[in-house]
Design a protein around this ligand. Structure first.
Ligand code: NDP
Length: 485
């Protein structure tokens, strides 16, 4: 079987690639070479209509198949995705700038995990039976209908697959709009799903900016909206979805804490802080960017972190020994540089990085600030770049209050060897996804999502099924009907 490594048109609708060059051109810029590697065109109203019509038309027959039949398609798609992992990873690296070392293990593979997991679950989705004397009620677990998925730019293959897998397993169809920064990978997810046997129209991809997203989520044919994006976008999307009383999943931003106690394993704590701040050059929603370090371990932590930072290798992300890539765009680099300047201006102590690296590509050095206080901008705002803020603390109760003193609630982590304290801390964290002695792992088997402003609903795990299906109660009367007159 041969296949094109690059998508061959801007949109994927009703089982095939569709082009419409009358839409606004969106150049795809490689963050390393700063060259244009592709161009896609934003969806016109005609393209949006085609996609929604295809999804609406296809959904009923898909939902009428057995779960096992739907699951088989998803599991086949998972296999194809794994077979093509290398090429998909190269595409994603070119699109996002993330090192191939990362994309090979964390994007298409994680998308394949979701397709395999929900493919496996599809055949076991059921309602329940409730006996009421002779009468009884049974519930039917039904699809919601047409879902709209909207993705952020940091994990374009993973996000597309994480939304497709539970949606399709439950019998829904989907129209997915990737971020305009990284539009290519979702098209490959659509192509693979259809190659695996998904009927035409079950999973469609259209390109465009926020207006295309708005047009999709306000269409009366749409039953559910799942967004991965920032809190400001989440507010707009949630409000638009609410006007039509649509179901939502909101996977939004964060400013998560990692709390490191004196008794923690130093090497693990440093590794956790590195993973939680510098993986994907810091462009990860669940990053633990407020690193609270207890005073007794602070100097050892900062020293060991500085040593470990000597092993950062920046450069061509297609070189598999490179472990640190550029930011996704010049704009994002500028935003992060602005936060670094603010950190310095507000009195935080810059202990590593802080500068652009080279003058080609959007590379910023991994940056560490120490002596950060809770009110500094770098400690309150989501930066979405490689900037770690280290804050001091003495006392468990006090650090928990400070860790929770944010409107975000996506993730939180604790490093300690005191078992009781570890469980007390995670019980106290106001966050949807928490970690003890590790950080930023997101296996498909575990629910992932945020509390407070970081989101609504959960992705992955059996919990996602409840967000892509609804229960219909069927009351069955077995006795004569009694009426008052
Ligand atoms: P944005 O919120 O800027 O965009 C997210 C998506 O929403 C994009 O596809 C964007 O389109 C689209 N969009 C923007 N405005 C609207 C609108 N009014 N109506 C409908 N759609 C709209 O996020 P980024 O792409 O900058 O991604 C970074 C953010 O995503 C961070 O806050 C990060 O924390 C969060 N994120 C959350 C994750 C989670 O699981 N909780 C995971 C990954 C990221 P376009 O950009 O093309 O205009």
């Amino acid at each position: 079987m041969t296949y094109d490594i690059q998508p061959t048109a801007s949109h994927f609708i009703d089982g095939h690639y569709v082009e419409d060059t009358s839409g606004t051109p969106i150049p795809v810029i490689c963050p390393v070479s700063e060259e244009q590697i592709a161009i896609v065109y934003a969806a016109t109203p005609a393209i949006i209509e085609q996609a929604l019509a295809a999804a609406t038309h296809a959904q009923g027959a898909w939902a009428a198949m057995t779960g096992t039949q739907r699951g088989r398609v998803l599991r086949r798609a998972a296999d194809i995705m794994r077979d093509r992992n290398y090429d998909l990873s190269v595409l994603e690296t070119n699109d996002t700038g993330k090192p191939l070392q990362e994309t090979l293990v964390a994007d298409a593979t994680s998308g394949a995990d979701a397709l395999e997991y929900f493919g496996g679950l599809a055949g076991s989705l059921t309602g329940e039976h409730i006996q009421l004397g002779d009468d009884f009620v049974y519930t039917r677990r039904e699809a919601l209908g047409v879902c709209v998925g909207i993705g952020a730019w940091n994990y374009p293959t993973q996000i597309a697959a994480w939304k497709a897998a539970p949606a399709l397993a439950c019998g829904n169809s989907m129209v997915f709009k990737p971020s305009e920064q990284t539009p290519l990978c979702a098209l490959k997810v659509a192509e693979i799903l259809h190659e695996a046997g998904a009927p035409a129209g079950i999973y469609n991809v259209v390109q465009g900016m926020g207006e295309v997203g708005q047009a999709l989520i306000t269409d009366p044919r749409v039953d559910k909206v799942s967004l991965t994006g920032s809190v400001p976008t989440g507010r707009k999307v949630y409000a638009a979805a609410a006007a039509g009383i649509r179901h939502v999943t909101m996977e939004l931003g964060g400013k998560s804490p990692i709390v490191i106690f004196d008794d923690a394993d130093l090497e693990d704590a440093v590794s956790g802080a590195i993973l939680g701040n510098f993986y994907s050059s810091g462009q990860v929603c669940s990053n633990g960017t407020r690193v609270f370090v207890q005073s007794g371990i602070k100097e050892a932590f900062l020293n060991r972190l500085s040593e470990r930072l000597k092993d950062v290798k920046m450069g061509d992300p297609l070189d598999e020994s490179v472990n640190f890539g550029p930011l996704v765009s010049e704009r994002q680099m500028g935003i992060v540089q602005g936060f670094i300047a603010k950190g310095i201006a507000e009195g935080a102590r810059l202990v590593a990085g802080g500068k652009r690296q080279g003058d080609l590509g959007y590379f910023l050095q991994p940056t560490v600030f120490a002596d950060v206080t809770d009110d500094m901008t770098i400690a309150t705002d989501e930066i979405f770049g490689p900037v770690m803020s280290v804050l001091d603390f003495e006392d468990e109760d006090d650090v928990l209050i400070r860790a929770n003193a944010t409107d975000f609630g996506l993730a939180a982590g604790v490093f300690t060897n005191d078992l009781g304290r570890a469980h007390r801390m995670v019980a106290g964290f106001e966050a949807g996804t928490t970690y003890i002695n590790t950080y930023n792992v997101a296996p498909v088997e575990a629910p992932f999502g945020g509390s407070k402003l970081s989101g609504v609903g959960r992705e992955n795990s059996k919990a996602a099924i409840d967000h892509y299906s609804q229960l219909k109660s069927v009351y069955v009367g077995m006795a004569p009907v009694e009426a008052p007159f």
